[in-house]
Design a protein around this ligand. Structure first.
Ligand SMILES: [Fe+2]
Length: 486
């Protein structure tokens, strides 16, 4: 019996399955890698180690595959390794896919009953000396920060985390070092229960509260401020009927409102307040902060479904309505009568995956970054047939001046998420480097582009040239050597 992947654009070109674990000493690069870059840059991509059981499977259903860029002394070593999830290990042993379509256990083979279907393919975070690979439908998977080998395939913080899930976007409070996380569908499929956790800087769960959301839907990211947790419930709703017919976990139900929820950190959850708004799709948070008694959260926000592979129940997928722009959400806690949240589109650029200088997580901030799609930039013929996000610029925003500057790598590149790395622990906000994967459609190989974060319009200061093709990645995470070794 052959072992072949579906012959469609979702599995060819830069979407071709990666499947390898590589170990590259001294990657080739042009330019100069600054000495200050001393630490590990991790990024993760969903990969399919075996042909999916459903040829139209969604990209998010691939097995987590981590790339580690180890920076030291102006050089960089590169390692890739699959996250050793329960799912990965079972499928590797069986030499075939055992799990079914996206987050629908009804479509799994009987062989995997009782195993976690988590792919750990979305993000990584390093906290209290441990590196975790994350997927929002399951607990963290602990991996070795140097070898990337599996340590714990179902990490529950010594049994203190009873939720069945954990966010892919935990936040670390820059002042007290706590890691804050939420868990949606925390009591199982379609449950409206959301658990809130704080993990102290020693790695112990130090706060837990439970709240209920108006309806079960994707809560992919959330914000923390100094005092509160804020989360947005959008109409990407869990659809049990669709799953019973063999479909994927979510469907976009535009008949539902969006809800912005605000709840105190370290409380018991009873102060939770919901503010209602029209249909919105907002996936990622740039940052959140307090302004007096106002809670402010900046997110990329669109007016319709942003995920073409999750069915829309009431309309066709619309690229215009899927286009997200950085949007500021504000509520005033002093206004006891308020039932709605206020939105302001901050910039007109169409983009996704916003990031910030994470030393300012939860606090008033000024600098953010976002990969964007600029339709005015030229596009190489070599990119014809590219399926997926065609992000072609990285934009730096300075909110105090509402100004921006843009990095455009060239007509033959697509860009992935970008990561800010401060020049030193006490460098001013936004002073440091910006890096991320650029896929080169002329060479059909991947590169890591490194920029001066204060002058990204000037172009790269170094390009690390990989001898391989990386898939569309999701998120990345920088850990300085000081932190790794502390
Ligand atoms: Fe994400």
């Amino acid at each position: 019996m052959s072992l072949e992947f579906p012959k469609n654009p979702g599995f060819s070109g830069f979407n071709a399955p990666f499947r390898m674990n590589i170990d590259l000493h001294d990657a080739e690069f042009e330019g100069e890698i600054p000495e200050e870059l001393n630490g590990h840059f991790y990024r993760i991509q969903p990969d399919f180690i075996y042909p999916p059981r459903f040829s139209n499977d969604v990209p998010f259903n691939g097995d987590g595959n981590v790339t580690l860029f180890n920076f030291q002394h102006g050089r960089v070593d590169v390692k890739t390794h699959h996250v050793e999830t329960q799912r990965y290990k079972a499928q590797k042993q069986a030499r075939k896919a055992l799990f079914g379509t996206y987050r629908n256990p009804r479509t799994d083979l009987d062989d995997v009953k009782g195993l976690s279907g988590g792919t750990a393919n979305t993000n990584l975070i390093f906290h209290a000396g441990k590196l975790f690979a994350l997927k929002e439908d399951s607990p963290p998977v602990q991996v070795d920060p140097y070898t990337l080998k599996g340590i714990d395939d179902y990490y529950t913080f010594d049994g203190k985390m009873t939720a069945k899930t954990f966010t892919a976007h935990p936040k670390i409070d820059p002042v007290n070092g706590e890691m804050i996380g939420i868990a949606y569908e925390a009591k199982g499929e379609a449950s409206k229960d959301v658990a809130l956790y704080a993990v102290d800087k020693q790695g112990n769960v130090c706060w837990e509260a439970w709240i209920e959301v108006p309806y079960a839907g994707m809560i992919h990211d959330f914000a923390i401020t100094e005092t509160h947790i804020a989360l947005l419930v959008t109409p990407m709703a869990v659809n049990v009927e669709q799953m019973e017919q063999g479909g994927v976990h979510f469907a976009w139900d535009s008949s539902l409102p969006s809800y912005f929820g605000v709840v105190a950190r370290n409380g018991d959850g009873t102060d939770l307040r919901w503010y209602e708004g029209p249909e919105k799709c907002a996936t990622h948070v740039m940052n959140g902060f307090n302004d007096g008694n106002k809670i402010i959260v900046d997110m990329d926000m669109a007016t319709g479904n942003q995920f073409p592979f999750f069915p829309s129940l009431h309309e066709q997928f619309d690229l215009q309505r899927a286009s997200g722009r950085l949007t500021r959400i504000t509520i005033d806690l002093d206004d006891k009568e308020a039932t709605t949240y206020h939105t302001e589109v901050m910039y007109q650029d169409i983009g996704v995956l916003p990031r910030t200088d994470e030393r300012y997580w939860s606090r008033p901030y000024n600098v953010g970054f976002m990969p964007c799609m600029d339709p005015t930039k030229p596009r190489s013929p070599s990119m014809a047939g590219n399926v997926g996000m065609t992000l072609n610029t990285w934009v730096r925003y300075d909110h105090d001046k509402r100004s921006s500057q843009t990095y455009f790598p060239g007509e033959n590149y697509t860009l992935q998420e970008c990561q800010f790395v401060p020049k030193s622990d006490d460098a001013p906000e936004g002073c440091g480097y910006l890096m991320g994967i650029a896929n080169n459609f002329d060479t059909m190989l991947s590169e890591l582009h490194i920029l001066d974060a204060e002058n990204i319009a000037a172009g790269t200061i170094a390009k690390v040239k990989l001898p391989v093709r990386l898939r569309q990645g999701v998120h990345g995470h920088w850990v300085s050597r000081n932190k790794l070794e502390s």
